[in-house]
Each structure stands twice: as C-alpha cells, then as structure tokens.
Design a protein around this ligand. Sequence first.
Ligand code: 6PG
Length: 243
Amino acid sequence: MKQLELNGAEVCILSPETLPLGAAAWLLEHIQEAVATKGWAALALSGGATPKPLYRLLAEPDQAELWPWERVRLFWADERCVPPDDPQSNYNMTCRTLLDHLPRRPEVFRMRGEDEPHAAAEAYAALLKRHAPSGLDVLLLGMGEDGHTASLFPGSAAASETVRSVVAAHVPKAGWRLTLTPAAMRAARRVLLLVTGAGKAEVLAEVLTGPLAPVRYPAQLLRGHAGAVWMVDEAAASRLGVP
Ligand code: 6PG
C-alpha cells in the first residue's frame, strides 16, 4: 500500500485485490472507535458497483464476527426513488450483498425511495437528526466518472446545499434521487471514498489536484475534510503523478 497526501487529502493506493480488505479494516477501526466512545456507531453506506466486493467481504463469517453489528445504526448516503425491492435500489443491493448474510443485524434506517421524493428527503433528515444527532460517525462514498459523489451531480443545486442534511435531487439522466448533502458530509466524523478503475483516473486527478470547483466536481467537497481518506486502486491512481 502507498500512502500520500495531496492538497491535504489522505490518499491510499492499493491493488484491486487488497482494496476491500483495506477498506474493511479502516471501517471497522472507526466503527469500534465510535462504539467505544458512546456505545453505538452511525454508519452510512453507498450504492454503485465499487463497494460490492467490500460488502461481500463484510458478509463473510470471519469478518461479520469481528463487527459489533448490533451496535451499528445503518444509514445510506443516497437512494434511487424506487421501491426497496427494485434491483436499482441501493438498500436492495446492500441487503443482497451484506445484510441478508449477517448473523447479527444492525438497526436499519433506509431512505424510502418509494415515497414522494421531497417528503422522503425531509423524513430522512428528521431520522438522521433523531438517531445520529451529532452526525454520522462513518460515511462511505464512491465517485462517478463525472466527479459526482452520493447523488450530488455536477451543477446540481443539491451540491451547494448548506442547510438541509438530505434533499431530493432530479438528475437528468438518472431520475429522482435522495441524497445526503454537503452539510451532512461535512458533519461526518470519518469519510472513506472508494474509487477504482482506469475510467476514473482523469477525474480523480482533477478532483484531488485540480483547482477547487466543487459544483463542477462534487467529490471535491471532501478534499478538505480532515477525517476523509481516499482509498483507490492503482488504475484509478494512474494520473495522480505518483512515482
Ligand atoms: C450510487 C452512488 C454513487 C456511486 C457512483 C459510483 O448510488 O450510485 O452512491 O454516488 O458511488 O456513481 O458508482 P460506481 O461504483 O458504480 O462506479
């Protein structure tokens, strides 16, 4: 593993094979830290293809046994506005890859993608306020090839939201989404960004080393976050100029 700092961002470069293990160890450390401090931990997960190998790893009996799952309050970073049994649903994907296999269940707070988007966003913000009043302890995020993170897409009003913690966002190509906002991301104690594949190399270099333009590249919102770590594979890191 290579570790470096780029414009204040902590970056860890791993092989695609070791990335899920590195991510699992980092997550567990910070979940345990929160549990040791207050007896429970608020964790938010993301969708997309990137975290699937990680979720499958966490579902393996050896890993599951290490985790204090019964002390975890589980949230999501974003959701598609579809019912929970829809194959597009992030909740559904998390159930299939992880939750359905755990011996001890976390307390699950899913985003209600089946409800009217604005009402669902407001309800989720209230849920977060009630069950994670001091913000998320650990937030797992991915990044798209256009620099979006969660469902904060380039140029969207959601990417500049400063007050609400959750909003409904209409994404021209993707329809309605529910998403955590920059305000909720900034309030998270620890953030892990997982980025893999050569297709994201250029945008990752732009996000980490280019001029700050978070409305153009919403993932840049996490660049100055003191608790954030970027765990990326070698292909995604190939344009960072690291020898
Ligand atoms: C989602 C996400 C989204 C994702 C990126 C990257 O629900 O799709 O939360 O922000 O992390 O689009 O997706 P991939 O991992 O599939 O490249």
